[in-house]
Design a protein around this ligand. Structure first.
Ligand code: FMN
Length: 321
């Protein structure tokens, strides 16, 4: 599983930076893969309200937001960390949030179902210099609706007033304990899941479908990992089409290596898709092979047959669990 942090302050080594890195560090102690987006390093333009994403599900602006969509989709936990700038988030972070309108459109205009939607959680960390009672109210609403667009429930927040100068947060008397406790609480429901690696050669088609069905049907019981022994550059577009026929949204998925998929978590079960791929030996992991034909380069009808076969096998697997 992946925990994604968004470092929403343009100030490096400031309060937000310190807060988020401590939180991600606590999460990492549970063997969870973590990644952080530093907003100050990203070139993300604001939404121009062209309406294109509402029609075709993709943003018309070609910039570094294209690296963010796949991470938002892959993440099980999204941590938005931000200073308060005029009762909201800095403009750079707000641009990222506004551009998640693409995900909002896929969900609400195109009615596509993101397989991770039920098991993704969002958490807010925020700091501000003043002490007004409503200091974080606007930000909490912004975070709630950003998380909703990204297919995450609002799990909670930690907010700190009277934090102004770089490093002020370090002197806060309770912050360390609160971060540790919140990290444990947010991870609790994930830790009891069975870790299953779906592996094939390219991670472009069969293992992607199997992993998506597993998340879609039993994301509360299965930590669904996927990877390829020799990952291709992109996922198979015909596979995306046939999953869309089922209403399942596969956009923004990227093939990755088996090594990356299991770099932090050791799977309980490894399921291969029948293409003779080489998987690393993981002590204690059960192995299973599904003899599925490779649909790459075949017509759409063939892709549908493989999709249905995979769905059947995942349903059986969930029944066994
Ligand atoms: C442009 C700007 C606007 C700000 N607006 C607010 C505000 O509305 N309320 C507040 O309490 N603090 C405000 N602050 C203070 C920051 O929230 C505070 O210094 C915070 O600790 C900065 O976090 P950082 O070190 O992670 O950047 C503002 C700071 C800047 C630079």
């Amino acid at each position: 599983m992946l925990a994604l942090g968004i470092m929403g302050s343009p100030r490096k080594k400031g309060n937000t930076d310190l807060l988020l890195s401590s939180f991600m560090n606590e999460i990492g102690k549970y063997g969870v893969r973590t990644e952080t987006i530093e907003i100050g390093k990203k070139k993300i333009s604001p939404c121009i309200e062209c309406g294109i994403c509402e029609k075709n599900g993709f943003c018309s602006i070609d910039d570094e937001m294209n690296e963010v969509y796949p991470l938002l989709r892959e993440a099980d936990i999204i941590v938005l960390a931000t200073p308060i700038f005029f009762y909201n988030t800095p403009a750079q972070t707000k641009a990222l949030i506004d551009r998640s309108q693409t995900l909002w459109s896929r969900k609400y205009s195109l009615n596509l179902v993101d397989p991770g939607r039920k098991n993704r959680r969002g958490f807010l960390l925020a700091v501000g210099a003043t002490k007004g009672a409503n200091l974080f109210e606007g930000m909490k609403l912004t975070a709630k609706y950003f998380f909703d667009a990204a297919g995450a429930g609002f799990e909670g927040s930690l907010t700190y007033k009277k934090i102004e100068n770089r490093g002020d947060i370090e002197a806060h008397p309770t912050v360390k304990d609160e971060l540790r406790e919140s990290a444990g609480n947010i991870l609790k429901p994930y830790l009891k899941r069975k870790k299953i690696l779906f592996a094939c050669r390219e991670n472009a088609c069969r293992s992607q479908m199997a992993s998506a069905f597993a998340s879609y049907l039993a994301g509360d019981k299965i930590d669904s990992l996927n990877g390829g022994s020799s990952p291709s550059a992109e996922i198979n577009p015909l596979m995306v089409d046939v999953m869309h026929e089922r209403g399942i949204d596969m956009a923004f998925r990227r093939p990755k290596s088996i090594d990356l998929a299991i770099s932090k978590e050791k799977p309980d079960i490894i399921i291969t898709m029948g293409c003779g791929e080489e998987c690393p030996f993981v002590p204690g992991a059960e192995r299973e092979n599904w003899e599925l034909p490779d649909p790459a380069g075949k017509p759409v009808e063939f892709m549908r047959i493989v999709r249905d076969e995979i769905e059947k096998k995942v349903v059986e697997l969930c029944g066994k669990l």
